[in-house]
Design a binder for this molecule. Structure first.
Ligand SMILES: Nc1ncnc2c1ncn2[C@@H]1O[C@H](COP(=O)(O)OP(=O)(O)O)[C@@H](O)[C@H]1O
Ligand SMILES: [Mg+2]
Length: 302
């Protein structure tokens, strides 16, 4: 295992989380644009299985990462990258353990592990981003995530996996493995447990969390759950963004909308008064492409 100095990350890592459709990807894209426009090499990266970062930046080429401007890059982590990581970290070694119990070919094994046990691919996604941060290639990494449930699962995976792995040696030592030596396998399990702990530390200490919401009943209700879970894992939220705030322009339509939002806005400000809260206006157009995103950036990054 690398020593502490090797594990230190460089630059900032900001993760955007929240319910589906509230504007996470849009806010992540605008934030990435902000960092890159100040000259820092920036990566906007998504761990959403149905990512939309490329779409927002109108990227059509298949480069990974794809270059948007001189200093802005976009990447979307999919199952292919996760499998590659798996392979690099301990694919063969874990396979050794597994294949001593079950008759299975290696490619099948990797498919099985990464698709049937989603927690493992989550762990690798966190690890992938930690490695990127440690490599120091980017001054800012902006992390766009999947809708809430999936992201919370991703955030708690390192802690849960760590706990489960603590049990593994006991179970493993009860298994009959013929002549195969147990020691190397116990070693792998220990290293894996350590990796989970390192990834949890990374999430706790290096990542800034931004929760995005909108002033509507369901989104506001779900905030309690988000903050509860984040607290339970010791993940501090740095900022709360309330997106899609309607500005009353005197028309019946917007006056009604804006009045309805008022009670939710009041509630959020009251309930989360200790947090830095930013309100973003609802724009009359789709926020796609650099020029549109700059409009949002002005409001979001001050
Ligand atoms: N402040 C805003 N004003 C107008 N449209 C917005 C705003 N924020 C987001 N949108 C639009 O809402 C849709 C969903 O946003 P997106 O960022 O993809 O949400 P999420 O990533 O949370 O699912 C997109 O079409 C986006 O252009
Ligand atoms: Mg999104």
């Amino acid at each position: 295992m690398a020593d502490k100095a090797d594990q230190a990350t460089k630059g900032s890592i900001t993760m955007f989380t929240g319910k589906g459709g509230v504007g996470k990807t849009t806010c992540a894209a605008a934030t990435a644009l902000h960092h890159s426009s100040r000259g820092g090499r920036t990566l906007a990266i998504s761990t959403d299985a149905t990512p939309s970062l490329s779409h927002i930046f109108s990227i059509t080429d298949g480069d990974k990462p794809a270059r948007v401007t001189e200093s802005l890059y976009v990447n979307e982590l999919g199952i292919a990258e996760v499998k590659e990581m798996w392979d690099k970290k301990f694919g063969r070694e874990v396979y050794e353990v597994f294949s001593s119990l079950v008759d299975i070919e290696y490619p099948e094994f990797v498919d099985f592990m990464t698709s049937v046990l989603p927690g493992l691919s989550d762990e690798f996604m966190v690890d992938y981003i930690r490695e990127l941060a440690c490599a120091g290639e980017y001054q800012a990494i902006v992390w766009d995530t999947a809708p809430l449930g999936q992201t919370l699962a991703l955030l708690k995976t390192p802690a849960l996996l760590g706990q489960h792995l603590k049990m593994a040696p006991r179970i493993y030592s009860k298994l009959k493995l013929g002549q195969r030596s147990r020691e190397p396998v116990l070693d792998i399990l220990r290293r894996w447990e350590e990796l989970s702990a390192v990834n949890m530390d990374f999430l706790r200490n290096e990542v800034e969390f931004v929760v995005v919401t909108i002033p509507e009943a369901l989104a506001v209700e779900q905030l309690e759950g988000v903050f509860g879970e984040m607290n339970a894992y010791g993940l501090p939220v740095q900022q709360l963004v309330i997106n899609n705030v309607v500005r009353d322009d005197g028309s019946d339509f917007l006056t009604t909308r804006s009045r309805q939002q008022r009670s939710y806005l009041d509630h959020i400000h009251d309930r989360y008064s200790e947090l830095a809260i930013i309100e973003l206006p609802m724009f009359p157009y789709e926020l796609k492409g650099i020029d549109r995103l700059k409009e949002l950036e002005k409001n979001l990054c001050r």
